[in-house]
Design a protein around this ligand. Structure first.
Ligand code: COA
Length: 316
């Protein structure tokens, strides 16, 4: 388990943006292709619709530019693009190179693959660069096109996945709105629970993922809260990975956080892997739920298995 506490140089999230493909697919539409129903999907997962289409780089560029605009920063002020994705456009080059070019960024670019935990992992990498004095300002993006690695003749995974991207601009600052702490971990002996071979489709043991997900989310969240000197009672908002509404409910209950404090976008977006946390963050910002001074928990889990939680104080 990697522990992180903000050291001498702090880091804040100063702008965020998102993008989803135009096509939105309803449960009803999916049930015309596989043996499922709107009732089953809503009751077992909380999903009603999801977006399909686009490319990982295209969605990332759109989200990244929106985040830059909201932060009031130019592409040439960015030291590097860190792209979390498990669905790269190509094996080589890293999709971040396409994103760097498309955004007009002159700094570096690299991909991070920690499956659905990827965005929080990438955020902690960004913090490491900033705390070490190696970077001042970065764009961190989670972008996925899971629909392209999904077998739509199989009802287990196909009802869950969606495509989209979310991005944040992070800066070195000792001012308001800091990342306070984070914890990330992995158990590679569980990699058989969720995987995709080259040229293949996602394969998942849903029941085992569900069981493990709740415990690692709770454990890493409690650890990050303790490192920040906070308890669950201090949390104003929880931005969880959107994999299943029942996982979010169970995790909130075990953490002792009212479920109403969790941001829910799974009904509209499904599971967008590393894009789901930044997409939900943008949703909370745009709906007015995310306010300056709030203590926010970001928490996710995914294939590997991997997990990661971060606590921040929103600066606005
Ligand atoms: N539509 C209709 N029926 C379905 C179905 C579908 N899409 N998928 C499974 N079923 C059926 C099963 O065949 C089973 O029928 P049976 O009782 O007659 O055998 C029944 O529904 C229950 O199946 P089960 O697999 O036990 O459902 P579940 O409650 O575990 O829900 C998941 C399945 C995948 C939604 C759930 O396990 C899950 O969300 N797991 C976590 C997945 C996850 O988080 N993945 C991403 C990681 S980042």
């Amino acid at each position: 388990m990697v522990l992180g506490q903000v050291g001498a140089q702090g880091m804040a999230l100063v702008g965020c943006g998102s993008a989803v493909p135009a096509i939105s697919v309803s449960n009803q539409q999916l049930s015309e292709r596989v043996d499922t129903s709107d009732e089953w999907i809503v009751e077992r997962t909380g999903i009603r619709r999801r977006h399909h289409g686009g490319t990982t780089s295209g969605l990332a560029i759109e989200a990244g530019l929106a985040a830059l605009e909201r932060a009031g920063r130019r592409p040439d002020e960015i030291d590097a693009v860190i792209l979390a994705t498990t669905t790269p456009d190509q094996i080589v080059p890293g999709t971040s190179a396409v994103v760097q070019d498309g955004m007009g960024v002159t700094g570096g670019a690299f991909d991070v693959n920690a499956a659905c935990s990827g965005f929080v992992y990438a955020l902690t990498v960004a913090h490491g660069l900033i705390a070490a004095g190696a970077a001042e300002r970065l764009v961190v993006i989670g972008s996925e096109t899971l629909s392209k690695i999904t077998d739509f003749t199989e009802r287990g995974v196909s009802i869950l996945v969606g495509d989209g991207a979310g991005a944040v601009v992070v800066e070195a600052t000792d001012g308001p709105g800091q990342l306070l702490s984070y914890r990330m971990g992995a158990d590679g002996s569980l990699r058989h629970l969720l995987y995709c071979d080259h040229g293949g489709h996602l394969v998942m043991n849903g029941k085992e993922v569900f069981r493990k997900a709740v415990s690692v989310v709770v454990e890493s969240s409690q650890g990050a809260l303790a490192d920040a000197g906070l308890t669950a009672d201090n949390l104003d908002l929880v931005v969880p990975h959107q994999a299943n509404l029942r996982i979010i409910g169970a995790a909130c209950q075990r953490l002792g956080v009212p479920e109403e404090k969790a941001v829910i976008t799974i009904d509209r977006y499904g599971n967008t892997s590393s894009a789901s946390i930044p997409l939900a963050l943008v949703d909370a910002l745009e709906s007015g739920r995310l306010q300056p001074g709030m203590h926010v928990l970001l928490t996710g889990f995914g294939g590997g298995m991997t997990w990661a939680s971060a606590v921040l104080k929103w600066g606005g």
